[in-house]
Write a protein that binds this ligand. Structure first.
Ligand code: SAM
Length: 420
């Protein structure tokens, strides 16, 4: 059995980031989560079966022991989209990162990961975080690094830029960035995943409108009751087009409030492009007036299933709540595939054995799950599995023990060409 790397998820949301850590199959196991939104908390509980504190982080009585803390303090306070909030509400949200830091102080994990909007890294709060990391005794043993990553570089069929901060205790340095797996900067220049890759095989007509509770598997390929006027507007927008095509082709249908706005973003009422990653999926992706959320060639906005896929959620991830609540959970999430890349990066820096001469800096350490078959390894693009331990058992990092079931198909490898 793989010994777990116990993980706490703060501001967990539905669990996109946690799902990525689980998908990395490196032993990360969420043992405790904190989430104020009851629907998101129930979603998290359903998918991860761990203890969830449903309430504000300010009311957590105590934290369990853990090896890693991950989480994204809410970002409306920093993001451009949150500027319509009152100063007081923004100030309160802006200070929630300190609760995260308090949790780190109490748990003292081997590593922690903070995810936020890129703007956070340009805020006075971030300056305070860096000052704390450099001057506070509790944090002096942590090396850290940070930057803005695009989810598309990690196999997500979506351009989504996130500010990521990673700190690891008792290591010399945290290199940067985590190596991209897709796009021009990836080792094999693997093409970006596209909208077509993600949703091209879904039925073009949604499978109903209302969410059916208890339906298994969950059907999120749900449309909306569109008015004839909306449909006529969408018909006036060609592939790749946007609201300016509506103005050109059917000025009689242009909403009056847009008539006075001759310029502005090209994304409003835009169509997604089949052969590129999508735009950032936000919480109201089902409203085409909010962004480039029209289907590439159908006269409708994208469905919840399409949005979840563009976020790289697997179809068997179950969401609790009504349609707007699920949309919020999907739009707020860290794309699981970005989380997966972060998990592998943290594993390598924080939990790989530094004294293992077989592991060179260009190799990636890799845990093969007990019972995993050769075919699954091929699926995971494992090309060269070098079993580096004695047949029977292998220690990874300080604690992770993988008993071998079969010396060929189960083990721990150093894999120079792990492309995922
Ligand atoms: C950006 S989302 C996190 C997304 C999550 N990491 C994921 O990948 O799915 C931030 C979350 O913080 C939650 N939140 C906001 N204020 C909170 C508080 N005071 N205590 C706990 N959770 C809070 C929100 O409900 C929201 O789900």
């Amino acid at each position: 059995m793989v010994r777990q790397i116990r993980t706490i998820d703060l501001f967990s949301g539905a669990g996109g980031l946690a799902k990525g850590f689980a998908m990395a199959r490196c032993g990360f196991k969420t043992v405790f989560a904190v989430e104020i939104d009851p629907d998101a908390a129930m979603t998290f509980k359903h998918n991860f079966r761990c203890k969830v504190h449903v309430g504000s982080i300010t009311t957590v009585p105590e934290y369990p022991e853990a090896d890693v803390i991950i989480g994204g303090p809410p970002c409306q306070g920093f993001s451009r989209l949150g500027r319509d909030r009152s100063d007081e509400s923004r100030a309160q949200i802006n200070e929630l990162w300190q609760e995260y830091i308090e949790a780190v102080r109490r748990v003292r994990p081997k590593a922690f990961v903070i995810e936020n909007v890129p703007e956070f890294q340009r805020s006075p709060q971030f300056e305070r975080l860096l000052e704390l990391m450099d001057t506070d005794e509790d944090f002096s043993a942590y090396a850290y690094n940070y930057g803005v990553l695009n989810a598309a570089d990690y196999g997500v069929p979506q351009n989504r830029r996130r500010g990521i901060f990673i700190a690891v205790r008792d290591v010399a340095e945290v290199a940067w960035p985590p190596p991209p797996t897709h796009g021009p900067r990836s080792m094999h220049e693997t093409p970006y995943r596209t909208v077509r890759d993600a949703i091209g095989k879904l039925p073009s007509i949604p499978m109903g409108i209302e969410l059916e509770e208890d339906r298994v598997p969950q059907n999120l390929h749900l449309g909306r009751n569109l008015t004839q006027l909306s449909i006529e507007r969408f018909k006036a927008i060609p592939p790749g087009g946007n609201r300016f095509d509506l103005r050109r082709n059917r000025p009689d249908l242009e909403p009056k409030c847009w008539a006075n706005k001759p310029s502005g973003t090209n994304d409003v009422m835009g169509r997604l492009l089949w052969d590129r990653p999508s735009v950032t999926i936000r919480t109201e992706f089902y409203k085409p007036e909010k962004g480039r959320y029209l289907h590439p060639d159908q006269h409708r906005p994208i469905t919840h299933r399409e949005a979840a896929r563009l976020q790289s959620f697997p179809d068997n991830f179950y969401f609790v709540g009504n349609k707007p609540s699920i949309a919020r959970q999907i739009g707020n999430a860290v794309p699981p595939l970005l989380g997966k890349a972060l998990a592998k990066f943290v594993l390598e820096i924080a939990f790989a054995r530094p004294d293992d001469s077989a592991i060179t800096s260009s190799d990636r350490s890799f845990v093969v799950q007990p019972g995993e078959e050769r075919d699954q390894l091929v699926d995971r693009r494992v090309r060269h599995l070098t079993v580096v331990g004695p047949v029977g058992k292998r220690v990874v990092g300080d604690e992770t023990v993988v008993p071998f079931v079969d010396p060929v198909t189960v083990g721990v490898g150093v894999l120079p060409h792990v492309g995922c």
